[in-house]
Design a protein around this ligand. Structure first.
Ligand SMILES: Nc1ncnc2c1ncn2[C@@H]1O[C@H](COP(=O)(O)OP(=O)(O)OP(=O)(O)O)[C@@H](O)[C@H]1O
Length: 251
C-alpha cells in the first residue's frame, strides 16, 4: 500500500510541484498518471522512491514513512521499487543478459562485484526475467543491436529480476512507435496481473492509459483533479485534467 497524506513537495526555488495530495494505492493496482506537461506527474512518482523529498505531510510505503528513511534504509526501500525510464538506461555495448544481471550488483559482496562474477542462481533469475518479457532469445545479443521496444523490455526484465513489489514507470513508451508502445503496455499489464506488482506509470498518451491501466490519476498544476477507474474517464474529465487543452490521443 502506498499512501500520500496531505503531501506537498516544494522545489528548492520555492515552486510547489505537488499540493494537497491525498491518495491510497493498493498492492497490485495499475495506475496511469496523466496531465499536461509540467503538471507534476514525474514529481508525484519520484516522491515514492525518495528521488524527491516531500516537504509537508506523510508518504507511507508498505507501513514505512518514506520521509524518515536515511542512507541504507533508502536503498532498502528502492530494492522493492523498480524504476523504468523513457531512455531505458542500459549499457548498450553489453548483452541483454549482462544488463539484467546488473540488478544484482548492489547486493553482491565486493569481491564478486570487482570480478564481475554472478552465481548460477542469479543467471537463472536474469534469464527467467528475460523470458517473462518475451526476449529470452536475445539474452546474448548486444543491446545496441536491439530495437527500441526490445531495449525497453530489457529494462523491464532488469527491474523484474529485482522482484520489486512496485514498478514506477516514467513515460516508458514515449520514444517507441505506436505498435511497439502497445506491446510494451501489454507487458506491463501482464506483469501487473500475473505477478501482482503495483504499476504506477506517467504517460502522455491518453488512449494507451485508458486501454491498459485500471485506474487513472489526473494531475493539474500539482494537484489531483481526478482519481477513478479508467473506464469512468469521460471527455469532461479529460477537459478538467487538461485544462480544456487537447491531450495526446493518437499513437
Ligand atoms: N528542480 C526543479 N526546480 C524547480 N521546479 C521544478 C524542478 N523540476 C521540475 N520543476 C517544475 O515542477 C513542475 C512539475 O514538473 P514534472 O517534471 O513533475 O512535470 P510532468 O508532469 O512530469 O511533466 P512532463 O510531462 O513534461 O514530464 C514543472 O512546472 C517543472 O517546471
Amino acid at each position: 500500500m502506498i499512501e500520500f497524506k496531505d503531501v506537498e513537495m516544494q522545489y528548492p526555488n520555492g515552486f510547489k510541484g505537488l499540493k494537497n495530495i491525498n491518495v491510497q494505492i493498493a498492492q497490485g493496482e495499475y495506475v496511469a498518471v496523466i496531465g499536461l506537461s509540467g503538471a507534476g506527474k514525474s514529481t508525484f512518482i519520484r516522491c515514492i522512491n525518495r528521488m524527491h523529498d516531500i516537504t509537508k505531510g506523510e508518504l507511507i510505503v508498505n507501513q514505512t514513512n518514506v520521509h524518515q528513511l536515511r542512507g541504507k534504509e533508502i536503498r532498502q526501500l528502492r530494492r522493492n521499487i523498480g524504476m523504468i525510464f523513457q531512455s531505458f538506461n542500459l549499457v548498450t555495448r553489453s548483452t541483454a543478459l549482462k544488463n539484467v544481471l546488473v540488478s544484482f550488483v548492489p547486493e553482491m559482496p565486493l569481491w564478486r562485484k570487482l570480478l564481475g562474477i554472478f552465481t548460477q542462481e542469479e543467471k537463472r533469475k536474469a534469464l527467467t526475467a528475460l523470458d517473462q518479457v518475451g526476449i529470452l532469445d536475445k539474452a546474448f545479443v548486444r543491446v545496441d543491436q536491439l530495437s527500441g521496444g526490445q531495449q525497453q523490455r530489457v529494462a523491464l526484465a532488469r527491474t523484474l529480476a529485482q522482484t520489486p513489489g512496485i514498478i514506477l514507470a516514467d513515460e516508458p513508451v514515449a520514444s517507441l512507435d505506436p505498435m511497439t508502445a502497445k506491446q510494451v503496455m501489454g507487458d506491463f499489464a501482464r506483469i501487473n496481473k500475473e505477478m501482482n506488482m503495483t504499476v504506477i506509470m506517467n504517460i502522455h498518451h491518453v488512449d494507451l492509459a485508458l486501454a491498459y491501466a485500471t485506474r487513472v490519476i489526473g494531475i493539474r498544476a500539482g494537484e489531483i483533479v481526478y482519481d477513478g477507474q479508467a473506464s469512468d474517464v469521460t471527455e469532461a474529465v479529460l477537459s478538467q485534467i487538461y485544462n480544456g487543452q487537447q491531450p495526446v490521443e493518437e499513437v
